[in-house]
Design a binder for this molecule. Sequence first.
Ligand SMILES: NC(=O)c1ccc[n+]([C@@H]2O[C@H](COP(=O)([O-])OP(=O)(O)OC[C@H]3O[C@@H](n4cnc5c(N)ncnc54)[C@H](OP(=O)(O)O)[C@@H]3O)[C@@H](O)[C@H]2O)c1
Length: 392
Amino acid sequence: MSTVLIIGAGGVGSVVAHKCAQVPDVFSTIWLASRTKTKCDAIAAQIERPIQTAQVDADNVPELVALIQRVKPDLLINVALPYQDLHIMDACLETGTAYLDTANYEPTDVAKFEYKWQWAYHDRFSEKGLMALLGSGFDPGVTSVFTMYIKKHYLDEVHYLDIIDCNAGNHGQPFATNFNPEINIREVTAKGRFWENGEWKETMPLSIHEPFTMPEELGTLNIYLMYHEELESLVRHVPELKRARFWMSFSDNYLKHLEVLQNVGMTRIDPVAYNGQEIIPLQFLKALLPDPGSLGPLTKGKTCIGCRVTGVKNGEPKTYYIYNICSHEACYAEVKSQAISYTTGVPAMIGAKMMLEGKWTGQGVFNMEQMDPDPFMEDLNNFGLPWQVVEL
Ligand SMILES: NC(=O)c1ccc[n+]([C@@H]2O[C@H](COP(=O)([O-])OP(=O)(O)OC[C@H]3O[C@@H](n4cnc5c(N)ncnc54)[C@H](OP(=O)(O)O)[C@@H]3O)[C@@H](O)[C@H]2O)c1
């Protein structure tokens, strides 16, 4: 019996609220707070169980502290934006509250993913006897758990890892992003980076691609090498990795629009003077693009996210592919969201469940791959994200 406070009433926050409500034995009281309270109320109205709602500016630590002291949660689930991570962690430290998020901290003025800012909180969480779990979404999140599951049950050592995120769905819009446009475009337009033989190698944005044939006759898509935050933590926690890469699929249509937007400066994140005021072009673009939440009823098809893991077992080389396939339409029918929000929100709920049930414990700041994968993998099957393993 626990009280959970969810911060952020966007696409992911909505799924987290729906999924926590499905597990009343663990999440007996659910609070949802965000910058715009009406969004929390709209989500609460979709859910049969009572969800308490509140307004909060998560960049304002005293305001957050006051809310946490009122709600007294056993755990705070942060599914606002990466910019809020450190402020929310500060409020958790001040109030003695356990913390979970799905994306690492990013400063607003540089598109840079690094765990160093959040890892720096380890001693302070540890001294207070508190646990903070970072990156409990799908990627990061499930991808790290998948990797550790293969390492635990199929291989003695993991040498090569390819995380492959494919979206074979279609929302029918000329151009839209499946999650927060600002975060998505910052991620996609950044330089690629991968780990090889003990060092990071950098590539120009989206300059390396190859075709990938998805299982279960989902077809073949072009996947592009990108940098993604779980590479940093996996390389640190699985030191035997010789190479770790992250790939994501994009349609030609998405890339064509993105190229034009970049060429005309619409993806810039530095302030530009316009009509006597400063605007950030990417933030203005976000205001023009479809709200990812509105894509739910429009999106058809499936996502396929998984890990191709090569290593050795009893001295023999082996490669396994572990993956989940998720239907946009089935997600919408269940929780009124498309699969991108669903595949993030379900693991956030499961990570929270692991902590509240005492299956995942620790004092300090942890990444997903530091925990036992087995109970989490079992709950993926129980809560809507079943997975398969095949030997390649
Ligand atoms: N690990 C993964 O697999 C994965 C995948 C996708 C997304 N994510 C992460 O999930 C998080 C949520 O993504 P999303 O797609 O749900 O984004 P979203 O739809 O834009 O929702 C973000 C929510 O946070 C709220 N918010 C923003 N700033 C706030 C502040 N200062 N105080 C309080 N609330 C604030 C927003 O409020 P307003 O409604 O008022 O704007 C909005 O409701 C992001 O951090 C994203 O990077 C992780």
